[in-house]
Ligand binder design. Structure first.
Ligand SMILES: Nc1ncnc2c1ncn2[C@@H]1O[C@H](COP(=O)(O)OP(=O)(O)OP(=O)(O)O)[C@@H](O)[C@H]1O
Length: 261
């Protein structure tokens, strides 16, 4: 049987003065879009960094497509990562940027690269310098470069942050399309409607702990059943399960749902 796309057991990260992630257990099947929510400081970025080998766990295990994150060379073949700020160089053209990343990744399937540029509506701009790209175009270029090597698992950190509604729509459409091709997507975001629209399963992290998990429909049904106030929306679920978080500056207070940061 295929191993899960993402599996963690007791995954934990401590910094000198804080526990950022506490004993996280995840099992995310292949082909799923997993929406990872949590207030500011909940530990989402630290989790992403552990899963993408950028930081070492203090304890526990994590496997991507069956490979341990401790084996960086093996695991990076399976993952693509779009951080909140896409790692693109302004002085290169879009195509040069992709050639550079393809070289690092040993990708020589140029038909695939051209196909991605077409699908993301970037082909006409591929020979322009990246510094002339809009934020949405840079985000799409970042997505193309994360997908160049056909990863099994794509990690996205706030992929629609700061985009205008049209650019955010395009990025959401692209995510949905990529997911249709059996790529597993781990989507970390504050923007609840994005998760509500795209995610098969939602996990909510609060103070480093996974405090709830389920499909958006299951979570909102639970909120409707238990709610004394509110309309049983994902926002109610989020507010309810993160209510005990020690930080006062929850994501929902800072960003009204639907706000594109
Ligand atoms: N390098 C570090 N050194 C010390 N503490 C850190 C470090 N990185 C993160 N932390 C702490 O770990 C906790 C989780 O931070 P993290 O950035 O993972 O949260 P987050 O959920 O991504 O937050 P946000 O939504 O605001 O980006 C916070 O208390 C943060 O201060």
């Amino acid at each position: 049987m295929c191993p899960p796309a993402i599996a963690t057991e007791g995954l934990r990260k401590e910094f000198d003065d804080a526990v950022a992630v506490r004993d996280l257990d995840l099992s995310i099947p292949r082909g799923e879009i997993y929406g990872f929510l949590g207030p500011n400081g909940a530990g989402k970025t630290t989790t992403l960094r552990m899963l993408t080998t950028l930081t070492t766990p203090t304890a526990g295990t994590a496997h991507i497509a069956g490979e341990s994150v401790g084996d960086r060379a093996a695991v990076v073949e399976h993952l693509g990562f779009l951080p909140e700020q896409p790692p693109v160089y302004g002085e290169l053209t879009g195509r040069e940027q992709l050639e550079y990343v393809a070289g690092l990744r040993d990708v020589d399937d140029w038909d695939h690269v051209e196909d991605l540029l077409e699908r993301f509506d970037l082909a006409g701009d591929a020979d322009r310098r990246v510094e002339a790209y809009s934020k949405g175009m840079k985000q799409k270029l970042g997505l193309v470069q994360a997908l160049l090597h056909r990863p099994d698992v794509l990690f996205l950190d706030e992929p629609t942050s700061g985009l205008d509604p049209r650019a955010a729509r395009t990025v959401r459409d692209v995510i949905a399309e990529v997911a249709r091709e059996e790529t597993t997507i781990f989507l970390s975001t504050h923007i609840l409607p994005v998760v509500e629209e795209l995610a098969d399963t939602v996990g909510v992290l609060s103070d480093g702990r996974l405090v709830t998990e389920g499909s958006p429909a299951e979570l909102t049904r639970r909120a409707e059943d238990g709610a004394e106030a509110g309309d049983g929306s994902l926002e109610d679920v989020f507010l309810d399960v993160t209510a005990e978080a020690p930080s006062g500056d929850s994501a929902v207070e800072a960003d009204a749902p639907g706000t594109q940061r």
